[in-house]
Design a binder for this molecule. Structure first.
Ligand code: ADE
Length: 219
């Protein structure tokens, strides 16, 4: 899978993509993530990418030309299955959508900034608008990192312990909750790991975990 991320603040993405699972996935060749700095496609000597909104109002708007030029360059080299715009008023991101997206070969993610982007980008160049939640971030970069992290851990081979991905809470669409989990020590400050988990009785443990999961659901 190849993901091209087009943004104004590429430096924000250096940390999430160059550590942990995503870094491993890139190094192992499971995924290509290419970050494009929109400023490289800016207009004139000062590489201008934004301008005042028509009709007035505060804040700057990302112009269409830099975005179109960047997209055109990418589209001239390969086909893209989806061109996503990260925006708080998009469709709410979900595990279900991640599972759909992971099957795609090439995607572009555009991250917004400032007051917003020229509506014509949304109308003519974007195929899907995604929100990671009903709150407003300073830009789409962090939102795109969340989307990419969710995708990467679904790629076959990325997470070693397959069992762990399959039993992940959120993985099952109908079930957003996992049973409680514990590790050593058995007792900390008098707080004890449930005896059943220490019993070694796999059938009983499985039954207990299922019961706990049901309880969590109705909480
Ligand atoms: N850009 C700013 N806020 C966002 C959000 N909540 N989701 C996606 N992109 C965003």
């Amino acid at each position: 899978m190849r993901i091209d991320i087009v943004c104004v603040k590429p430096e924000i993405l250096s940390s999430p993509f160059y550590h942990s699972v995503i870094k491993k996935a890139i190094n192992k060749g499971y995924i290509d993530i290419i970050i494009h700095d929109l400023k490289e496609y800016g207009l004139g000597k000062y590489k201008k990418i934004d301008d005042y909104p028509y009709g007035g109002g505060s804040g700057m708007v990302i112009r269409i030309e830099p975005v179109d030029q960047c997209f055109s360059k990418l589209l001239s080299k390969r086909n893209y299955d989806e061109i996503i715009f990260m925006t708080p008023d998009g469709d709410l991101f979900s595990q279900k959508y991640a599972k759909y997206l992971i099957k795609k070969k090439n995607i572009i993610i555009l991250c917004g900034r400032y007051k917003g982007i020229d509506q014509r980008i949304r109308d003519h160049l974007i195929s899907k608008e995604i929100s990671i939640g009903k709150y407003i971030l300073s830009g789409g970069e962090l939102a795109s990192a969340i989307l990419v992290d969710t995708l990467v851990r679904l790629l076959p081979g990325v997470i070693k312990n397959k069992e762990s991905i399959l039993t992940d809470s959120f993985q099952k669409e109908s079930n957003f909750i996992s049973p409680p989990i514990y590790t050593r020590p058995v007792i900390y400050k008098g707080w004890k790991v449930p005896n059943i988990l220490l019993s070694g009785h796999h059938k009983k443990i499985k039954h207990w975990l299922e019961e706990m999961e049901q309880l969590q659901k109705i909480k």
